[in-house]
Ligand binder design. Structure first.
Ligand code: ADP
Length: 531
């Protein structure tokens, strides 16, 4: 397989794709005499037909990641390859991408591109890196991508992502690679469908269908019309109220993308419904209701290579479902020791790994911590974000020494240790498009306690003590009392019905939260767009 892939990566045109699908047949016809055939393990049968997809987005693990989008841009292409998709991922070449990856990039070409309304031209370089069967093409331009962070402020980000959207499409034409589907992500790639159906309609890439995935509707790329019109160089007619125009004087890059996309997806079924309501719709609910015929929800998965408790070298005691109960205690004690908490494997340890913003339900958590800390319970927080939450968690650490530990930092290694060492993980979000932390937690045998919203509702089945079914503890309305009640139900089960608790840990570890299922659904949508 890898050898074939290499061939394809050289010139992944539709022609080569067709040729490749024929290769196995030729190979089959060759052996003339009976031979012991089973020397190689059977290759998994790939579903036909093959489809080519270009991902366009602003972040991708391990090059640059600020949240769940980075995880998806990494894991979904990998999973799509197993679904017989040919995937290219187009990303900005930020200066902050670690040097080890910069060093591996290979120069693919360069050209000048007109961008602005007054015809200002910009350099576009293409640097390529092929890894695990996925081709990553980085759009190079120092003027736009030299900040230490992928996102800085809208004044800089608006021109940056106007440039990126147009450069990504121009790069596909330049590389002579027309995919069946262009799959773009969030507002930073929101102008891709708009460019595609206007200025690029009559170019080779114009024959591609386009899908736009909303990972978080809160972020939309809104700025005044003259600025976006100038930087994008888009024709005046797209700045109408059915496309980019929002209110009286603003343009909304995500809204424009939603209008021109052939298909819109978001990262869970429940969120797909929620964003059509005023409460969750972030002022785009009416627009989304209008386009609801092309809106679908597909939950995210997690990458099983990245999150594998049996092979996780960061853990004190790696484990499988068979020995999770014993090994979790060892991981718990190691975590308590590392964080300076009271060391006792019988305590109930609750983890919270999150960006510290109002989206994540932290007001509820802050309101109840004093009632949660009862001598039998510890709380471990890992996150960075708004100062008011950072400060309140620091306060609780001081007030409940030995029982609360607030790690105000971004630290992947510590996240792994908390997923493994905690008994339960809290995700009480105000809204949650999909959420990855509850998926990782379940995969690590850590019981999620979540609010029934968005992807949390779709992925965590509430525990039923009579039928002993379910994966975690849930509550519905956004109220601190209900969160406390859910935590207390979890504690009661942990301390008084340990067998039921342990069974739930087993169910969680055995639950399929991989990308396989979701990748199949994306593939089905690609086929729906390009039968
Ligand atoms: P969002 O994208 O809204 O931030 P998700 O639940 O979709 O939330 O994804 C969060 C991802 O970021 C998870 O992989 C989680 O483990 C990781 N993460 C969040 N905060 C931290 C942190 N402080 N340190 C390490 N990893 C973190």
């Amino acid at each position: 397989m890898p050898a074939k892939k290499k061939k394809k990566e050289k010139k992944p045109t539709q022609k080569t794709v067709k040729k490749q699908t024929k290769e196995p047949k030729v190979a089959k016809a060759q052996p003339a005499e009976p031979q012991p055939v089973e020397t190689q393990p059977a290759q998994p049968q790939l579903p036909e037909p093959r489809r080519s997809v270009a991902f366009i987005g602003s972040e991708c693990y391990p090059f640059v990641k600020t949240g769940g989008l980075g995880d998806v841009m990494y894991a979904l292409p990998k999973a799509l390859i197993k679904q017989n998709c040919d995937v290219k991922v187009i990303l900005p070449r930020y200066k902050c991408i670690p040097q080890e990856y910069q060093d591996k990039m290979v120069y693919r070409g360069e050209f000048m591109m007109d961008l602005c309304a007054d015809g200002r031209s910009f350099y576009v370089g293409i640097m390529e890196y092929v890894w695990d069967g996925v081709v990553y093409d980085f759009i190079d331009n120092e003027e736009f991508f030299s900040d230490g962070n992928p996102y800085t402020n809208l004044i800089d980000d608006i021109p940056k992502f106007c440039f990126f959207a147009k450069a990504a499409l121009s790069a596909l034409n330049f590389m002579d690679w027309t995919p069946d589907v262009i799959h773009c992500h969030d507002w930073q790639a929101g102008l891709v469908p708009v460019y595609l159906r206007t200025m690029f309609e009559d170019t080779p890439v114009g024959s591609a269908k386009v899908m736009l995935t909303i990972h978080n509707l809160r972020f939309q790329g809104i700025y005044n019309i003259p600025t976006i019109a100038y930087w994008s160089g888009l024709p005046d007619y797209v700045f109408n109220k059915d496309a980019l125009k929002q209110g009286y004087e603003d343009a909304n890059m995500l809204k424009g993308g939603l209008t021109y996309a052939n298909m819109i997806t978001t990262v869970s079924n429940t969120y797909a419904g929620e964003i059509q309501t005023a409460f969750y719709g972030e002022d785009l609910d009416a627009h989304l209701r209008y386009h609801s015929g092309k809106l679908r929800g597909i939950v995210n998965g997690i990458d099983y290579d990245m999150w594998d408790s049996a092979k996780d070298e960061l853990l004190a005691a790696p484990y499988k479902a068979e020995d999770v109960i014993k090994k979790k205690k060892e991981n718990k004690k190691a975590l308590q020791e590392e964080l300076g908490l009271t060391q006792n494997e019988d305590l109930f340890v609750i983890g919270l790994i999150s960006r510290l913003t109002d989206q994540k339900g932290l007001d509820l958590v802050n309101a109840i911590i004093p009632e949660v800390i009862d001598g039998n319970t510890q709380v471990v927080v890992l996150g960075t974000g708004d100062a008011k939450y950072e400060d309140s968690f620091r306060y609780y650490e001081g007030a409940y020494k030995g029982s609360v530990c607030s790690n105000i930092m971004y630290d992947e290694g510590r996240a792994h240790k908390i997923y493994a060492g905690a008994d339960a993980l809290l995700v009480p979000s105000l809204f949650e498009p999909c959420g990855l932390t509850q998926l990782i937690a379940m995969h690590y045998g850590t019981v999620p306690i979540v609010r029934e919203t968005g992807g949390l509702k779709d992925t965590v089945e509430p525990y039923n003590e009579f039928a002993t079914t379910g994966n975690g503890f849930t509550f519905d309305r956004y109220e601190a009392g209900l969160l406390l009640d859910a935590i207390n139900r979890a504690k009661t089960t942990y301390f008084t019905q340990r067998m039921n608790w342990d069974d739930m840990v087993q169910r969680d570890m055995n639950k399929d939260v991989s990308w396989d299922n979701s990748a199949k659904q994306y593939r089905d949508l690609y086929l729906e767009l390009k039968p």
